[in-house]
Ligand binder design. Structure first.
Ligand code: NIG
Ligand code: FE
Length: 413
Protein backbone atom coordinates (compact mmCIF):
# COMPACT_ATOMS: atom_id res chain seq x y z
CA UNK A 1 0.00 0.00 0.00
CA UNK A 2 1.51 3.33 -1.10
CA UNK A 3 0.04 6.49 0.42
CA UNK A 4 0.92 10.03 -0.49
CA UNK A 5 0.62 12.84 2.06
CA UNK A 6 0.80 16.28 0.45
CA UNK A 7 1.00 19.94 1.46
CA UNK A 8 2.44 19.42 4.92
CA UNK A 9 4.72 21.58 7.00
CA UNK A 10 7.23 18.83 7.68
CA UNK A 11 9.27 18.85 10.89
CA UNK A 12 11.64 16.09 9.81
CA UNK A 13 14.28 16.59 12.56
CA UNK A 14 16.70 15.30 9.92
CA UNK A 15 19.80 17.20 8.89
CA UNK A 16 21.25 20.26 10.54
CA UNK A 17 18.60 22.86 9.64
CA UNK A 18 16.56 24.03 12.64
CA UNK A 19 13.88 21.41 13.24
CA UNK A 20 14.66 19.92 9.80
CA UNK A 21 11.71 21.97 8.56
CA UNK A 22 10.34 21.67 5.04
CA UNK A 23 7.52 24.04 4.12
CA UNK A 24 4.93 22.61 1.71
CA UNK A 25 6.40 19.14 1.92
CA UNK A 26 5.18 15.75 0.79
CA UNK A 27 5.73 12.28 2.11
CA UNK A 28 5.15 8.91 0.42
CA UNK A 29 4.75 5.80 2.54
CA UNK A 30 5.13 2.29 1.22
CA UNK A 31 3.93 -0.28 3.72
CA UNK A 32 5.52 0.51 7.07
CA UNK A 33 8.27 2.75 5.68
CA UNK A 34 8.80 6.21 4.23
CA UNK A 35 9.57 5.81 0.54
CA UNK A 36 9.97 9.45 -0.48
CA UNK A 37 10.06 12.80 1.33
CA UNK A 38 10.73 16.30 0.04
CA UNK A 39 9.15 19.46 -1.27
CA UNK A 40 5.71 18.99 -2.76
CA UNK A 41 6.90 20.83 -5.87
CA UNK A 42 9.64 18.21 -6.33
CA UNK A 43 7.34 15.19 -6.23
CA UNK A 44 8.17 12.75 -9.02
CA UNK A 45 5.54 12.83 -11.76
CA UNK A 46 3.17 9.93 -12.41
CA UNK A 47 3.57 8.43 -8.97
CA UNK A 48 1.60 5.24 -8.61
CA UNK A 49 -0.22 5.56 -5.26
CA UNK A 50 -3.17 3.82 -3.62
CA UNK A 51 -4.34 6.84 -1.64
CA UNK A 52 -3.62 10.56 -1.52
CA UNK A 53 -4.22 12.91 1.41
CA UNK A 54 -4.07 16.71 1.28
CA UNK A 55 -2.90 17.93 4.69
CA UNK A 56 -3.68 21.58 3.83
CA UNK A 57 -0.63 23.02 5.53
CA UNK A 58 -0.84 21.04 8.77
CA UNK A 59 2.30 20.33 10.75
CA UNK A 60 3.77 16.81 10.59
CA UNK A 61 6.26 15.48 13.16
CA UNK A 62 7.79 12.07 13.71
CA UNK A 63 5.74 9.88 16.05
CA UNK A 64 6.82 10.38 19.65
CA UNK A 65 8.90 7.81 21.49
CA UNK A 66 8.27 7.52 25.25
CA UNK A 67 11.52 5.78 26.19
CA UNK A 68 10.99 5.31 29.95
CA UNK A 69 7.73 4.10 31.50
CA UNK A 70 6.58 1.69 34.19
CA UNK A 71 3.16 1.27 32.59
CA UNK A 72 2.16 -2.16 33.92
CA UNK A 73 1.09 -2.23 37.58
CA UNK A 74 -1.87 -2.71 39.89
CA UNK A 75 -3.41 -0.09 42.17
CA UNK A 76 -2.45 3.55 42.65
CA UNK A 77 -0.57 5.58 45.27
CA UNK A 78 -2.69 8.69 45.72
CA UNK A 79 -2.60 7.96 49.49
CA UNK A 80 1.19 8.47 49.43
CA UNK A 81 0.76 11.68 47.47
CA UNK A 82 -1.45 12.90 50.29
CA UNK A 83 1.00 11.64 52.96
CA UNK A 84 3.80 13.56 51.25
CA UNK A 85 1.65 16.68 51.37
CA UNK A 86 1.50 16.13 55.14
CA UNK A 87 5.30 16.03 55.32
CA UNK A 88 6.42 12.42 54.68
CA UNK A 89 9.24 11.99 52.16
CA UNK A 90 9.34 9.58 49.21
CA UNK A 91 12.33 7.76 50.72
CA UNK A 92 10.71 7.51 54.19
CA UNK A 93 7.55 6.02 52.71
CA UNK A 94 9.68 3.49 50.82
CA UNK A 95 11.65 2.53 53.94
CA UNK A 96 8.39 1.92 55.81
CA UNK A 97 7.28 -0.67 53.25
CA UNK A 98 5.19 1.65 51.10
CA UNK A 99 6.41 3.13 47.84
CA UNK A 100 7.41 0.60 45.20
CA UNK A 101 6.51 -2.28 47.56
CA UNK A 102 2.93 -1.01 47.90
CA UNK A 103 2.60 -1.29 44.14
CA UNK A 104 4.27 -4.71 44.20
CA UNK A 105 1.54 -5.98 46.55
CA UNK A 106 -1.21 -4.57 44.34
CA UNK A 107 0.42 -5.92 41.18
CA UNK A 108 0.80 -9.44 42.55
CA UNK A 109 -2.88 -9.45 43.50
CA UNK A 110 -4.08 -8.15 40.14
CA UNK A 111 -5.22 -10.60 37.45
CA UNK A 112 -3.45 -10.69 34.09
CA UNK A 113 -6.60 -9.28 32.49
CA UNK A 114 -6.84 -6.30 34.84
CA UNK A 115 -3.13 -5.55 34.48
CA UNK A 116 -3.62 -5.60 30.73
CA UNK A 117 -6.78 -3.45 30.80
CA UNK A 118 -5.23 -0.72 32.99
CA UNK A 119 -1.96 -0.67 31.05
CA UNK A 120 -3.92 -0.51 27.78
CA UNK A 121 -5.83 2.56 28.98
CA UNK A 122 -2.56 4.25 29.89
CA UNK A 123 -0.95 3.34 26.58
CA UNK A 124 -3.94 4.80 24.72
CA UNK A 125 -3.61 8.07 26.67
CA UNK A 126 -0.04 8.32 25.38
CA UNK A 127 -0.97 7.21 21.86
CA UNK A 128 -3.64 9.91 21.75
CA UNK A 129 -0.87 12.50 22.01
CA UNK A 130 1.11 10.99 19.15
CA UNK A 131 3.29 8.38 20.93
CA UNK A 132 3.95 5.53 18.50
CA UNK A 133 6.82 3.79 20.34
CA UNK A 134 6.73 3.00 24.03
CA UNK A 135 9.18 1.43 26.44
CA UNK A 136 7.67 -0.49 29.36
CA UNK A 137 9.63 -1.76 32.36
CA UNK A 138 8.76 -4.58 34.69
CA UNK A 139 9.73 -4.13 38.33
CA UNK A 140 6.46 -4.38 40.24
CA UNK A 141 6.31 -8.19 40.25
CA UNK A 142 9.67 -9.10 41.82
CA UNK A 143 9.10 -12.86 41.56
CA UNK A 144 9.93 -14.80 38.40
CA UNK A 145 6.23 -15.50 37.79
CA UNK A 146 5.09 -11.92 38.42
CA UNK A 147 7.89 -10.28 36.44
CA UNK A 148 7.03 -12.62 33.56
CA UNK A 149 3.34 -11.72 33.83
CA UNK A 150 4.10 -8.01 33.61
CA UNK A 151 6.47 -8.45 30.67
CA UNK A 152 3.88 -10.58 28.88
CA UNK A 153 1.34 -7.78 29.34
CA UNK A 154 3.85 -5.40 27.76
CA UNK A 155 4.33 -7.75 24.81
CA UNK A 156 0.57 -8.17 24.43
CA UNK A 157 0.14 -4.39 24.30
CA UNK A 158 2.65 -4.32 21.45
CA UNK A 159 0.69 -7.01 19.60
CA UNK A 160 -2.78 -5.60 20.15
CA UNK A 161 -2.19 -1.85 19.85
CA UNK A 162 -0.74 0.01 16.86
CA UNK A 163 2.36 0.85 18.89
CA UNK A 164 5.88 -0.52 19.04
CA UNK A 165 6.52 -1.69 22.60
CA UNK A 166 10.06 -2.21 23.88
CA UNK A 167 10.19 -4.22 27.11
CA UNK A 168 12.80 -3.79 29.83
CA UNK A 169 13.43 -6.16 32.72
CA UNK A 170 13.72 -4.19 35.96
CA UNK A 171 13.81 -7.03 38.48
CA UNK A 172 16.36 -4.98 40.45
CA UNK A 173 13.80 -2.26 41.24
CA UNK A 174 13.24 -2.89 44.98
CA UNK A 175 13.90 -5.58 47.55
CA UNK A 176 10.77 -7.75 47.89
CA UNK A 177 9.65 -8.78 51.41
CA UNK A 178 10.60 -12.44 50.95
CA UNK A 179 14.26 -11.34 50.61
CA UNK A 180 14.19 -8.73 53.43
CA UNK A 181 17.69 -8.27 54.81
CA UNK A 182 19.24 -10.34 51.99
CA UNK A 183 19.68 -8.02 48.99
CA UNK A 184 22.59 -10.05 47.60
CA UNK A 185 20.45 -13.18 47.53
CA UNK A 186 17.73 -11.25 45.77
CA UNK A 187 20.19 -10.00 43.15
CA UNK A 188 21.28 -13.61 42.61
CA UNK A 189 17.62 -14.47 41.97
CA UNK A 190 17.14 -11.49 39.62
CA UNK A 191 20.15 -12.74 37.60
CA UNK A 192 18.96 -16.36 37.71
CA UNK A 193 15.49 -15.44 36.34
CA UNK A 194 16.84 -13.50 33.38
CA UNK A 195 17.71 -16.43 31.05
CA UNK A 196 14.18 -17.86 31.31
CA UNK A 197 12.57 -14.47 30.65
CA UNK A 198 14.92 -13.91 27.75
CA UNK A 199 14.28 -17.39 26.33
CA UNK A 200 10.57 -16.59 26.29
CA UNK A 201 11.33 -13.48 24.21
CA UNK A 202 10.22 -11.07 26.92
CA UNK A 203 13.31 -8.90 27.34
CA UNK A 204 14.75 -6.23 25.05
CA UNK A 205 16.95 -4.54 27.69
CA UNK A 206 17.86 -4.77 31.38
CA UNK A 207 17.58 -1.93 33.92
CA UNK A 208 18.25 -1.50 37.66
CA UNK A 209 17.59 1.10 40.36
CA UNK A 210 21.00 2.09 41.72
CA UNK A 211 20.17 4.10 44.84
CA UNK A 212 20.30 4.01 48.66
CA UNK A 213 16.68 2.80 48.64
CA UNK A 214 17.43 0.54 45.65
CA UNK A 215 20.62 -1.42 44.94
CA UNK A 216 24.34 -0.75 45.29
CA UNK A 217 26.86 -0.36 42.50
CA UNK A 218 28.18 -3.87 43.08
CA UNK A 219 24.71 -5.34 42.95
CA UNK A 220 23.98 -3.34 39.80
CA UNK A 221 27.20 -4.66 38.27
CA UNK A 222 26.06 -8.25 38.84
CA UNK A 223 22.78 -7.56 37.05
CA UNK A 224 24.68 -5.97 34.16
CA UNK A 225 27.02 -8.99 33.96
CA UNK A 226 24.01 -11.29 33.68
CA UNK A 227 22.63 -9.10 30.86
CA UNK A 228 25.97 -9.04 29.08
CA UNK A 229 26.21 -12.85 29.17
CA UNK A 230 22.98 -12.95 27.14
CA UNK A 231 24.00 -10.08 24.85
CA UNK A 232 21.25 -7.81 26.22
CA UNK A 233 21.73 -4.02 26.36
CA UNK A 234 21.54 -2.26 29.71
CA UNK A 235 20.24 1.05 31.05
CA UNK A 236 20.09 2.46 34.57
CA UNK A 237 18.02 4.53 36.98
CA UNK A 238 21.06 6.53 38.07
CA UNK A 239 21.78 9.41 40.43
CA UNK A 240 18.08 10.19 40.98
CA UNK A 241 18.03 10.92 44.72
CA UNK A 242 21.75 10.82 45.55
CA UNK A 243 25.11 10.40 43.86
CA UNK A 244 26.00 6.70 43.55
CA UNK A 245 28.42 6.68 40.60
CA UNK A 246 25.92 4.49 38.82
CA UNK A 247 26.07 6.38 35.53
CA UNK A 248 29.82 5.83 35.20
CA UNK A 249 29.32 2.13 35.88
CA UNK A 250 26.53 1.87 33.31
CA UNK A 251 28.68 3.68 30.75
CA UNK A 252 31.39 1.04 31.25
CA UNK A 253 28.81 -1.49 30.09
CA UNK A 254 27.99 0.64 27.03
CA UNK A 255 24.55 1.45 28.47
CA UNK A 256 21.93 2.66 26.01
CA UNK A 257 20.85 5.26 28.55
CA UNK A 258 21.16 6.55 32.09
CA UNK A 259 17.93 7.99 33.40
CA UNK A 260 17.00 10.71 35.97
CA UNK A 261 20.58 12.00 36.65
CA UNK A 262 19.79 14.83 39.08
CA UNK A 263 22.97 14.05 41.09
CA UNK A 264 25.24 13.21 38.12
CA UNK A 265 28.82 14.49 38.45
CA UNK A 266 31.47 15.51 35.91
CA UNK A 267 33.07 12.04 35.83
CA UNK A 268 29.70 10.47 35.07
CA UNK A 269 29.08 12.97 32.27
CA UNK A 270 32.47 12.21 30.70
CA UNK A 271 31.90 8.46 30.94
CA UNK A 272 28.48 8.79 29.31
CA UNK A 273 29.86 11.00 26.54
CA UNK A 274 32.66 8.53 25.81
CA UNK A 275 30.25 5.58 25.71
CA UNK A 276 27.59 7.36 23.61
CA UNK A 277 25.05 6.79 26.39
CA UNK A 278 21.86 8.87 26.18
CA UNK A 279 20.78 10.98 29.18
CA UNK A 280 17.05 10.40 29.70
CA UNK A 281 15.55 13.34 31.57
CA UNK A 282 12.41 12.68 33.59
CA UNK A 283 10.99 16.05 34.61
CA UNK A 284 7.69 14.48 35.71
CA UNK A 285 9.39 12.71 38.62
CA UNK A 286 11.44 15.82 39.44
CA UNK A 287 8.25 17.87 39.56
CA UNK A 288 6.07 15.37 41.40
CA UNK A 289 8.70 14.67 44.09
CA UNK A 290 9.42 18.41 44.33
CA UNK A 291 13.12 17.81 43.79
CA UNK A 292 15.28 20.90 43.91
CA UNK A 293 18.48 19.88 42.14
CA UNK A 294 17.99 19.65 38.37
CA UNK A 295 20.22 17.39 36.27
CA UNK A 296 23.43 19.12 35.01
CA UNK A 297 21.93 20.03 31.65
CA UNK A 298 24.50 22.61 30.56
CA UNK A 299 27.40 20.24 31.25
CA UNK A 300 25.66 17.33 29.49
CA UNK A 301 25.00 19.58 26.51
CA UNK A 302 28.61 20.82 26.48
CA UNK A 303 29.88 17.22 26.55
CA UNK A 304 27.67 16.29 23.59
CA UNK A 305 25.58 13.75 25.49
CA UNK A 306 22.27 13.26 23.65
CA UNK A 307 19.33 14.40 25.80
CA UNK A 308 16.08 12.45 25.76
CA UNK A 309 12.83 13.26 27.59
CA UNK A 310 10.28 10.70 28.80
CA UNK A 311 7.26 10.50 31.11
CA UNK A 312 8.65 7.90 33.59
CA UNK A 313 4.97 7.05 34.03
CA UNK A 314 4.61 5.12 37.31
CA UNK A 315 2.21 5.30 40.25
CA UNK A 316 4.72 6.64 42.78
CA UNK A 317 7.03 9.31 41.46
CA UNK A 318 5.43 10.29 38.16
CA UNK A 319 1.75 9.50 37.54
CA UNK A 320 2.11 11.42 34.29
CA UNK A 321 0.35 10.27 31.14
CA UNK A 322 1.27 13.16 28.88
CA UNK A 323 4.54 13.23 26.98
CA UNK A 324 3.64 16.73 25.80
CA UNK A 325 3.49 17.89 29.41
CA UNK A 326 6.88 16.22 29.99
CA UNK A 327 8.22 18.35 27.12
CA UNK A 328 6.84 21.51 28.67
CA UNK A 329 8.32 20.55 32.06
CA UNK A 330 11.68 19.80 30.43
CA UNK A 331 11.71 23.37 29.10
CA UNK A 332 10.37 25.15 32.17
CA UNK A 333 12.18 23.15 34.88
CA UNK A 334 15.35 21.97 33.07
CA UNK A 335 15.68 24.86 30.57
CA UNK A 336 15.80 22.70 27.46
CA UNK A 337 15.07 24.59 24.28
CA UNK A 338 11.81 23.60 22.57
CA UNK A 339 13.79 21.94 19.77
CA UNK A 340 15.95 20.01 22.25
CA UNK A 341 12.81 18.82 24.04
CA UNK A 342 11.11 17.64 20.84
CA UNK A 343 14.31 15.92 19.64
CA UNK A 344 14.46 14.40 23.11
CA UNK A 345 11.10 12.68 22.64
CA UNK A 346 11.84 11.50 19.10
CA UNK A 347 15.33 10.96 17.72
CA UNK A 348 17.23 10.78 21.02
CA UNK A 349 14.53 8.73 22.70
CA UNK A 350 14.72 6.22 19.85
CA UNK A 351 18.46 6.02 20.39
CA UNK A 352 17.90 5.42 24.13
CA UNK A 353 16.02 2.31 23.03
CA UNK A 354 18.62 1.25 20.48
CA UNK A 355 16.17 1.89 17.61
CA UNK A 356 17.85 3.37 14.54
CA UNK A 357 14.80 3.16 12.27
CA UNK A 358 12.67 5.98 13.72
CA UNK A 359 12.68 9.37 15.42
CA UNK A 360 13.21 11.41 12.24
CA UNK A 361 11.26 11.61 9.00
CA UNK A 362 13.56 10.28 6.27
CA UNK A 363 13.50 7.71 3.48
CA UNK A 364 13.72 4.19 4.86
CA UNK A 365 12.56 5.12 8.37
CA UNK A 366 9.32 3.83 9.82
CA UNK A 367 6.26 5.73 8.68
CA UNK A 368 5.34 6.78 12.23
CA UNK A 369 4.11 10.36 12.30
CA UNK A 370 1.58 12.74 13.80
CA UNK A 371 -0.37 15.55 12.14
CA UNK A 372 -1.05 18.72 14.13
CA UNK A 373 -3.04 21.89 13.44
CA UNK A 374 -0.24 24.06 14.78
CA UNK A 375 1.80 26.77 13.10
CA UNK A 376 5.18 25.97 14.62
CA UNK A 377 6.63 22.82 16.21
CA UNK A 378 7.73 24.72 19.31
CA UNK A 379 4.05 24.95 20.21
CA UNK A 380 4.32 21.27 21.16
CA UNK A 381 6.29 22.41 24.20
CA UNK A 382 4.32 25.57 24.85
CA UNK A 383 0.67 24.63 25.34
CA UNK A 384 -0.07 23.13 28.73
CA UNK A 385 -2.87 20.71 27.95
CA UNK A 386 -5.37 20.70 25.14
CA UNK A 387 -2.96 19.95 22.32
CA UNK A 388 -3.74 16.77 20.39
CA UNK A 389 -2.69 15.57 16.97
CA UNK A 390 -5.52 15.47 14.46
CA UNK A 391 -4.16 12.20 13.01
CA UNK A 392 -1.63 9.60 14.10
CA UNK A 393 -0.01 7.25 11.57
CA UNK A 394 1.89 4.23 12.87
CA UNK A 395 3.79 1.99 10.48
CA UNK A 396 2.02 3.66 7.54
CA UNK A 397 -1.47 2.92 8.95
CA UNK A 398 -3.79 5.58 10.27
CA UNK A 399 -4.64 4.90 13.91
CA UNK A 400 -8.33 5.05 14.81
CA UNK A 401 -7.93 6.21 18.41
CA UNK A 402 -11.64 6.63 19.08
CA UNK A 403 -12.41 3.05 18.08
CA UNK A 404 -9.55 1.76 20.24
CA UNK A 405 -10.74 3.73 23.26
CA UNK A 406 -14.36 2.60 22.76
CA UNK A 407 -13.34 -1.08 22.54
CA UNK A 408 -11.18 -0.85 25.64
CA UNK A 409 -13.86 0.67 27.83
CA UNK A 410 -16.28 -2.17 27.12
CA UNK A 411 -13.58 -4.82 27.72
CA UNK A 412 -12.43 -3.36 31.00
CA UNK A 413 -15.84 -2.44 32.42
O1 NIG B 1 11.62 5.90 37.91
N1 NIG B 1 13.17 5.32 40.69
C1 NIG B 1 12.65 4.22 40.67
N2 NIG B 1 11.56 3.90 39.99
C2 NIG B 1 10.54 4.77 39.64
C3 NIG B 1 9.61 5.03 40.76
C4 NIG B 1 8.84 3.85 41.11
C5 NIG B 1 7.77 4.05 42.12
O2 NIG B 1 7.82 4.93 42.99
O3 NIG B 1 6.84 3.23 42.05
C6 NIG B 1 11.08 6.03 38.99
O4 NIG B 1 10.97 7.14 39.52
FE1 FE C 1 11.64 5.06 36.24
Amino acid sequence: MRKLWRHAQLTTLAGDAPWGRLADGALLTSGERIAWIGRDADLPRHLDVDAEHDLEGALVTPGFVDCHTHLVYGGARDDEFEARLHGASYAEIARQGGGILATVRATRQASDESLFASARRRALALLTEGVTTLEIKSGYGLTLADEARCLRVARRLGRELPLTVVSTYLGAHALPPEFAGCPDDYIAAVCAWLPALHAEGLVDAVDAFCETIGFSRDQTRRVFDAARTLGLPVKLHAEQLSHQNGAALAAQYGALSCDHLEYLDAAGIQAMAAAGTVAVLLPGAFYFLRETQPPPIAALRAAGVPLAVATDHNPGSSPLLSLLLALNLACTLFRLTPEEAVRGATVHAARALGLADRGILAVGRRADFAVWTLDHPRELTYWIGGCRPSRVIAGGQEVNRHALIATGSSLSA
